[in-house]
Design a protein around this ligand. Structure first.
Ligand code: B12
Ligand code: SF4
Ligand code: SF4
Length: 402
């Protein structure tokens, strides 16, 4: 029995004009509830993507630990929702321009948070809105099934969004949209309602290679990313950061935006209308005070980071990255915090404090003797072999530079 649309429109799944009209109304409603971009993709298997994922696994560039591990489960929408007829791709914009720091904050040693984790965590916000959209669809066309995903499910969200026409792939592998550039979060609603699909957009980029040239770790080749080299991945990994990536991290605390910052499509990107993604003042408007982070309590961490997308890897991950940033700062005032972190109960923090002391002293010869003394004292009492290795490497690097 066909459902009845409000306003007296009878919905017959075989009648295209009704479904076109429902789609237009659905898009208007999505914008009303704070979803900026909506497109509809056919629910056919993602066979091109299957080949790309297989080829990527052979190259050793993925899968990264943050994605669904089984390729065959990522490419057949029918496995996610039996009877699926369409995928509604959703995008929500998050770009807020950098605010000038208040004058009394300008002298602090600062870290840097990627734009996607400066405000509230998008996962819950976007998922709740997509579920609201599902409820609206159910009220308009009862009897259909829906399933929402944001980030953590099997769908390849950029490929879904590309197929639904809300953007196109850039060579940096991010989805570029006309209105908001790359600064959009993605999610989707699978539905058994046979909504008519939208048209994909023409390809981007031409002969441009700005993002590839700007990548600090050479993680990019055209349309391909080596996740193991990407600083977004590296800043989020647990444990010891491979030494060859520590200098390139600069003052990054979580994520990396370099390939997006240089992309010409982002020059005319509109700012986000959503205040929930505005940078949090408690996190220094995206550039937190590093010394404050080193003194952060568990309670501070819960209040400052857990509401954002930078909280899920825990306090030690943020403080480890802050130690690397302090070392890379070359600022002598970082020395006491680094020496203190050598006494931390966390072996990961002690290891990175040792590296950071070596790095700081190489950049700032004025603190060389104090750094060397702190490292030498610590070498005598360190019991963890991995940390001792870092302490000795730091001492050696100071000796070699003399
Ligand atoms: C795992 C993951 C990561 C990993 C690995 C990413 C990777 N590319 O392998 C790491 C931690 C590195 C990462 C980083 C980032 N991520 Co991420 N990530 C994911 C996640 C969970 C899975 C991605 C995945 O499966 N990748 C596998 C690769 C092969 O697929 P792909 O990224 O879609 O790549 C496609 C292109 O390479 C394309 N392609 C390949 N060859 C060719 C050739 C041509 C000609 C063309 C046109 C296309 C093309 O096809 C591939 C398959 O679709 C998704 C959410 C999801 N479920 O999809 C978010 C997601 C992709 N990430 C997102 C974001 C915001 C980021 C960062 C910007 C965060 C940051 N600022 O630090 C960076 C961007 C780094 C970059 N340059 O890509 C957004 C993307 C938004 C957008 N506008 O594109 C997503 C969709 C999360 C979300 N729900 O919003 N991410
Ligand atoms: S996010 Fe940073 S490290 Fe990763 S590909 Fe882009 S520029 Fe390179
Ligand atoms: S920077 Fe240039 S090559 Fe890279 S995605 Fe943007 S337009 Fe394409």
């Amino acid at each position: 029995m066909p459902g009845l649309l409000k306003g007296g429109i009878r919905l017959n799944p075989r009648t295209q004009p009704d479904l076109e009209r429902l789609k237009a109304e659905m898009k208007a409603h999505a914008r009303e509830i704070g979803i900026d971009l909506v497109g509809v993709a056919p629910a056919e298997p993602f066979l091109r993507e299957r080949e790309l994922l297989e080829e990527r696994a052979v190259r050793g560039h993925g899968p990264s630990p943050y994605e669904h591990p089984v390729i065959a489960e990522r490419v057949y929408p029918e496995q996610w929702l039996p009877g699926v007829k369409a995928i509604i791709a959703c995008g929500i914009s998050y770009y807020h321009p950098d605010a000038p720091l208040p004058p009394n904050d300008q002298r602090a040693l600062r870290g840097w948070l990627s734009r996607y984790c400066r405000g509230r965590d998008y996962h819950q916000i976007l998922k709740a809105r997509i579920e609201q959209l599902a409820a609206w669809l159910e009220s308009r066309a009862p009897g259909h099934r829906h399933l929402a995903y944001v980030d953590t499910g099997p769908p390849l969200e950029r490929a879904v969004a590309e197929r639904a026409g809300i953007g196109k792939f850039g060579k940096h592998t991010n989805l570029i949209t006309r209105e908001y550039g790359t600064w959009v979060f993605l999610g989707e609603l699978l539905t058994t309602l046979p909504l008519p699909p939208d048209e994909p957009q023409p390809p981007a980029c031409g002969s441009c290679t700005l993002c590839i040239d700007a990548c600090p770790t050479q993680a990019l080749t055209e349309w391909r990313l080596d996740a193991n080299r990407c600083l977004s991945y590296i800043t989020q990994m647990k444990g010891i950061i491979p030494p060859e990536h520590r200098e390139a991290m600069g003052n990054r605390l979580f994520g990396c935006d370099d390939c997006q910052d240089v992309c010409p499509y982002n020059r005319r990107a509109r700012s986000s209308p959503h205040p929930e993604f505005a940078p949090s003042p408690e996190l220094g408007w995206g550039e937190p005070d590093l010394l404050k982070l080193m003194a952060m309590t568990k309670g501070d961490f819960r209040r400052w980071f857990l509401p954002t997308a930078a909280g899920w890897r825990g306090k030690t991950t943020i403080q480890r990255n802050a130690l690397i940033a302090l070392g890379n700062s070359g600022d002598p005032s970082a020395l006491p915090a680094l020496a203190e972190a050598l006494q931390s109960v966390s072996a990961v923090l002690r290891a990175h404090a040792a590296w950071a002391l070596g790095r700081l002293a190489r950049l700032s010869p004025a603190v060389r003797e104090d750094a060397r003394a702190a490292l030498t004292r610590h070498a005598a009492r360190e019991t963890d072999p991995a940390v001792l290795l870092e302490v000795n490497a730091a001492l050696e690097s100071l000796g070699a530079d003399e």
